[in-house]
Design a protein around this ligand. Structure first.
Ligand SMILES: Cc1ncc(COP(=O)(O)O)c(C=O)c1O
Length: 392
């Protein structure tokens, strides 16, 4: 009856069952997996955000596959303020970054062809790729202490075969918090040109860097040596995932870039998925972003500082991170990751993500969101470390 793309077991896993039991019993679960900014106690300028949706022009339906020009200008201004000149005609609006990935898989890969993805990495790729009939080939991010994460280029070369169509880079990566460096971009450009591959660069968290570092490539939105698609959107930049606006910025050798954009237009024309009120509101919203980003960065830094302090001289190791919304804690292996996560929820009402959820190559890691309110975060970390030290 159903397509073979759908290959997942939809029964709840043990963690989901336990969480459901806790919620039914009205336990207050301290959620260190929270990645929904609208539940993180941030102060949104709600009136300004909502009023921007009520513009008279939004009553007109202008079906425009690439998205309204005024919105694409506002996105282009966003890049200009970051130091990158992006032509509004090279911007394609989508409802989300996830939709952007789906468009790019349709654009680049036939059924059964593959894209390379970072490991550890963001679990949603598995679902988007499978629904588009695309295979994933992992390449490794390696961790060296204290330098941090870097791309293992040997693993990229090993993962490439005749079915490969593109390499995905997430900068900073979820959950490792590592940014791509300029020298890594050079090597990737070379590999892409040697093998006829495109680059897909997810920059949704790029505004959330904890410290500056000149070695970092801030954005690949003007990477002209390789056909490159940069994905981003309001769900992280503005902490407004509910508004559903993302985009793809295409760059590369001009002829290839323009052909890719024309084909993207056709894909987008098939769905015309972005709503008019949101497109009219986005230029107003983008001007409000520093107010939100400052709050979020304060929150992330404060929580990270607390975690680093507690983890110091403990049996755990906080892995180095440069940005993003998540931290990775290596915990003693006297439990498996699954046991750590289940025990924490069962006995302490603390919800965390196990490393295997992000395909860490070995155990035992916990991935912790830095977004929760500081009081909740500290309480959850205190409970976590009580368990680590073996106290009841
Ligand atoms: C790396 C990364 N890319 C994309 C997304 C999804 O963004 P969007 O809401 O725009 O689909 C997420 C969401 O957490 C993410 O972590």
């Amino acid at each position: 009856m159903f397509s073979s793309r759908f290959k997942w077991n939809i029964e709840s896993n043990r963690l989901a069952v336990l969480l459901e039991e806790k919620r039914r019993a009205h336990h207050r679960v301290l959620d260190l997996t929270e990645s929904n900014p609208t539940r993180a106690g941030l102060e949104y300028p709600a009136n300004a955000i909502l009023n921007a949706l009520a513009q008279a022009q939004a009553m007109l339906y202008e079906p425009c596959p690439r998205g309204l020009l005024l919105t694409r200008y506002a996105v282009s201004d966003y890049y200009r303020e970051g130091g990158f000149e992006v032509d509004p005609d090279h911007i394609q609006l989508t409802t989300s970054t996830s939709e952007g990935y789906a468009y790019l898989f349709k654009l680049l890969a036939d059924h059964g062809q593959s894209v390379l993805v970072p490991q550890p990495g963001y679990p949603l790729f598995e679902f988007i790729a499978a629904l588009e009939g695309v295979e994933l080939r992992p390449y490794e991010l390696s961790y060296v202490h204290p330098a941090g994460w870097h791309i293992d280029f040997d693993s990229i070369v090993e993962a490439i075969d005749t079915s490969s169509r593109a390499i995905i880079v997430v900068s900073p990566n979820n959950p490792t918090g590592s940014f791509i460096k300029k020298f890594e971009v050079e090597r990737l450009n070379q590999i892409c040109s040697d093998h006829g591959l495109a680059l897909i660069v997810d920059e949704v968290f790029s505004d959330y860097a904890f410290v500056t570092d000149d070695r970092r490539a801030k954005s690949l939105s003007t990477n002209n040596s390789t056909l490159t698609f940069v994905l981003s959107g309001l769900s992280k930049i503005m902490a407004l995932p509910q508004m559903k606006l993302g985009w793809i910025v295409t760059s590369g050798p001009p002829q290839l870039r323009d052909e890719a954009i024309e084909r993207l237009d056709l894909i987008a024309d098939t769905f015309l998925s972005v709503g008019s009120p949101v497109q009219h509101a986005a230029p107003v919203w983008l001007k409000l972003r520093s107010e939100l980003q400052e709050q979020i960065l304060d929150r992330l830094r404060g929580n990270l500082e607390y975690l680093a302090k507690v983890a110091q001289h403990s049996p755990c190791r906080l892995l180095k991170l440069e940005g993003g919304w998540y931290a990775t804690l290596e915990v003693p292996r006297h439990f498996s990751e699954e046991e750590w996560v289940l025990n924490l929820l069962q006995s302490d009402d603390v919800l965390t993500h196990p490393g295997f959820f992000f395909d860490f190559p070995r155990e035992a890691f916990l991935v912790l969101s830095l977004l929760p309110k500081s009081e909740d975060f500290r309480e959850a970390i205190n409970r976590l470390f009580r368990m680590i030290y073996g106290f009841p």
